[in-house]
Design a protein around this ligand. Structure first.
Ligand code: NAP
Length: 308
């Protein structure tokens, strides 16, 4: 039996682990499939305070983990929670083929990539369709080839800019005529001569099933209604995220998109269960806000365990 189990190993999870470890509660962190979560798929994090030169996402996650471990946090790598039973006084978690009982559960499971759900997307994943430029952008199949980035947010701009290092040309396909990205990211992308924006366009399909690799995308111009083919060797999809809260469906209140509803503070509607980070935040979704929410969850959990 545990005092605290933390699900997830992003900024929220590690910050909660650090605070709870320092409170001598020996938290157990189940990292999930990918230690460090989505931040490890970013190149340089430029907006985490304290790193004026920027910091590599994976480095930041490893340092947070080491800081939590230094004070006694325990970590199980690659372990994913499959099922939870929430109840008082103990919550039960099925993970890695065993059952763990805990008085407090902190949910910091983050978010995953949103899909376009168009023909060819699933079939050609790893054959030119990808959700992570940092992971796949340097692959030989994209070198000196035209590629497409889909989306208009910070991720799309960051990925497009990154891909100019390898691709011959980067088309930035966005469904509106204005980017959602922050000014600095948008200016950096649009100012790059290798990036060509394709406005008001939605992806209808990814082409290349016959060839067994991406050969292009079919897009529809939202203004003219006309469809056309855009030849490319890669499609980098950066259209936002979906919260990883599926195992809590029907167990905890969440909004229609699946984000956990919290309050007061980090409390869920079930006693002893707290939420933090991207799985509960569709507004800010920053590394620093996730870390702040992890801190809140740890303090709320500590007070709950102390009977406060
Ligand atoms: P986002 O801000 O939610 O942007 C998603 C983009 O995808 C939007 O432009 C949206 O279009 C488009 N989109 C959504 N669904 C679509 C669909 N079905 N078909 C076509 N397009 C679709 O997501 P994000 O760019 O991943 O950023 C998430 C958060 O992380 C943000 O808070 C961002 O600031 C942060 N971030 C920060 C950095 C950094 O500072 N280094 C880097 C990456 C991300 P509309 O604009 O029309 O809605």
């Amino acid at each position: 039996m545990r005092d605290v189990v933390i699900l997830g190993s992003g900024c929220a999870g590690w910050t909660a682990a650090l605070y709870l470890a320092r409170a001598n509660l020996k938290p157990l962190v189940l990292t999930g499939a990918q230690m460090g979560g989505l931040l490890t798929t970013t190149s340089v994090v430029e907006n985490y305070p304290g790193f004026p030169q920027g910091v590599d996402g994976t480095t930041l996650m490893v340092q947070m983990m080491e800081q939590a471990q230094k004070f006694g946090a325990e970590v199980e790598f690659g372990v994913v929670a499959d099922e939870v039973t929430l109840g008082r006084p103990l919550h039960r978690i099925r993970a890695g083929g065993k059952t763990i009982e805990t008085r407090v559960l902190i949910i910091s499971t983050g978010a995953g990539h949103r899909h376009l759900d168009v023909p060819g997307e699933k079939e050609l994943e790893t054959k030119g369709v990808t959700y992570c430029a940092t992971c796949d952008g340097a692959l030989p199949m994209f070198r000196d080839q035209p590629v497409v980035v889909v989306g208009g947010g910070d991720s799309a701009c960051e990925e497009a800019t990154f891909l100019t290092r390898f691709a011959s040309k980067v088309y930035l396909v966005h469904r509106r005529a204005e980017l959602r990205a922050s000014k600095i990211m948008a200016e950096r992308a649009l100012g790059n001569e290798k990036i060509e924006p394709v406005w008001n366009s939605v992806v209808e399909s990814v082409e290349g099933m016959k060839e067994g690799k991406v050969t292009g995308i079919k897009i529809r111009d939202q203004v003219t209604g006309k469809s056309s083919l855009l030849a490319c060797a890669g499609v980098f999809i950066a259209v936002g995220h979906v919260p990883n809260t599926q195992i809590f469906r029907d167990k905890l209140p969440m909004d229609e998109a699946g984000y956990l509803q919290l309050g007061p503070g980090s409390r869920t509607k079930v006693e002893g269960v707290f939420g933090a980070g991207d799985c509960a935040d569709k507004v800010y979704r920053q590394a620093i806000t996730a870390a702040g929410m992890g801190c809140m969850a740890a303090i709320d959990a500590e007070r709950y365990l102390a009977g406060g």
